[in-house]
Design a protein around this ligand. Sequence first.
Ligand code: PLP
Length: 420
Amino acid sequence: MSIVTDSPVWRPFTQHALQPGAFKIARAEGAWLEAEDGARFLDAISSWWVITHGHRHPAIMQAIREETERLDQIIFAGFTHEPAEALARRLVALTPPGLDYVFYSDSGSTCVEVAIKMALGFWRNRGEARTRIVALEHGYHGDTIGTMSVGARSPFNAPYEPLLYEVSRIPFPSRGREQETLDALERACRDRPAALLVEPLILGAGGMLFYGADTLAEMQRICAQYGVLFIADEVMTGFGRTGTLFASEQTGVVPDIACYAKGLTGGALPLAVTMCKREIFEAHLSPERARAFFHSSSYTANPIACAAALANLDVWATGEPAARVAALCDMQATRLARFATDARFSNVRQLGIIAALDLNIVQGGYLATIALDLMRFFNARGLLMRPLGPTIYVFPPYCVEAAELDLVYDAISEAADCFG
Ligand code: PLP
């Protein structure tokens, strides 16, 4: 097996003392990764939720090649280019109506940071001192100081605690307890916060926790009632994951600010956008320079990434991904059904193409190292999986075939025999 151990590379979210090696991948195609020595891994988590259609989608690769013949990186203050202009127009047409402006950045964390800054800038420019963000318990929005602050506090961000700002945290709307969340939101709104920031319908890194569109719609209604901005972090849910192109479509209510990244380029290149309603853009319009929106990164609106995103939208326009998403939802449901009454698992659940189930761990068993143990178990069977603690989830690219999914579910059953 091609495993790199002696390397200067410091990898993300990795305890190198426990996990000194990494598989060296040489090629990716469709739902598969191939290591240098030919070992293959089925990418059952879409390479950290970024790949939508499959690895190296031909139309997206072609668009990238073509764009490199014209443009590389261009400064984006005072200058623009057609890939960014065309993509912004397409996104405005595609996303829920009312999201009329597009701010480019390059990662999920950054587009959420931008959203938070937009919300605070909006209120400041309107002469109101509103700086507090309301966020859901168990949320995850990224790993920068700003996005860690709004996310759940955990050992992952404990060292930075003194730098994290305070937020108003409301309980996760678990089934039967939705009213507690709504009541807590209403109380928080009375204190005139700047915005509510949520992952719509699914808290991803928080453990693949699902909640209903009705509750989300109600949260938006309360925000509108109290004049609190509603920010939808669709970094994970965007581009088909929940069964619709965007999760917020399912509520029929348009967020004031929405964040998209990962699947925006089909996962091929880093690109993100923060989209907002006209009033948020216009609050930053003024003869006074100090009211401008002061945010940039060197790679804002990289033309090659924009071209990849345009090609991705063309792929969606064919209707084929929507059909594949629908088929994948059914394939997941059929396979998950066999675990619904399996005593080795609890909380067997599915939303859109995402399936998740919690492995019941034997008391005093593996809890501390379960995620790592399970990951190794799956890797040894040629599967790229990264359980969240005892929560195993299946989040494949849309090109995955039924027989490939069977490999995943057979391995999940086998894992329960070993660890359950
Ligand atoms: N927001 C959500 C909901 C996410 O799931 C993630 C990453 O998984 C992020 C933000 C951060 O995105 P990135 O890793 O691209 O910074």
